[in-house]
Write a protein that binds this ligand. Structure first.
Ligand SMILES: [Zn+2]
Length: 247
């Protein structure tokens, strides 16, 4: 799932720098900014920036979206690790994923510069650096990715095997529970029904206990639905500050 960064996303993360001029919708670089030096110009209202490059947000948005493309497909690649049929395949896929995460982390260490290279979007108005908000966001993301990399690095073929077994066990327990519920629904005899109800409660308790146990396994966290969702939405979250990476 590819998330396209929108103009609204941009405006959300950027503290629009003030200038002495007037913003003119779709205006060219100097229009409304005749008395300014370097400034954002009409960049945020569909026109050109006044930093000398006559950049427009629409054009830069295309490039920035390209820069974020590397975040796509991380979930799929992560899934492939747990699906690997042999140890050598597993190792290859794991190393590839680690590399990719590390590359992204490196980019984030640069305070987002690499993602916004050459664009006016994140500039704080003096053209010297990015806004505090962008820097903070990428600092948090880099930290989040660091933790992620550590978990993936600690993943071994043996751990994956145990993880898979546990998943199967969990599924078997859930299936048993579902079976009991069906039986309960169809049962007419009150005594039998009460007995089935007790069995259901027991099974539920067993499942909850097993889940608690599984939650201690970092792999379970790594492959959880929540983590997948978080990675899937990472680009969107960068701009909106949602998700654990940014808390
Ligand atoms: Zn201006």
């Amino acid at each position: 799932m590819t998330y396209e960064i929108t103009k609204e996303d941009f405006l959300f993360i950027v503290n629009k720098p003030r200038c002495r001029g007037t913003e003119i919708r779709n205006g060219n670089e100097k229009e409304g900014h005749e008395n300014c030096g370097n400034c954002k110009g009409n960049y945020f209202v569909g026109g050109e920036c006044n930093y000398g490059g006559r950049h427009t947000m629409e054009e830069e948005l295309k490039q920035v979206n390209k820069n974020f493309e590397q975040f796509n497909g991380l979930v799929k690649k992560k899934g492939k690790i747990s699906e690997a049929k042999s140890e050598s395949k597993f190792q290859k896929r794991r190393d590839k994923l680690i590399n990719e995460f590390q590359e992204l982390k490196k980019k984030c260490d640069g305070e987002g510069k690499e993602f916004f290279q050459g664009s006016c979007i994140g500039l704080d108005g003096s053209q010297k650096g990015f806004t505090k908000k962008i820097k903070e966001t990428f600092f948090l993301l880099a930290e989040g990715l660091k933790n992620y990399i550590r978990i993936v690095q600690n993943t071994t073929w043996e751990k994956i095997r145990i993880f898979r077994e546990n998943l199967e066990k969990l599924e078997a327990l859930s299936n048993k529970y579902t079976g009991l519920v069906k039986e309960y629904d169809n049962e007419k005899d009150p005594v039998r029904k009460a007995h089935l109800f007790a069995l259901m409660a027991e099974k539920q308790k067993e499942i909850a206990g097993f889940r608690l146990e599984l939650n201690k396994d970092p792999l379970f966290e790594l492959f959880s639905k929540e983590k997948d969702e978080e990675l899937n939405n990472i680009v969107k979250n960068i701009f909106h500050g949602d998700g654990q990476f940014f808390k």
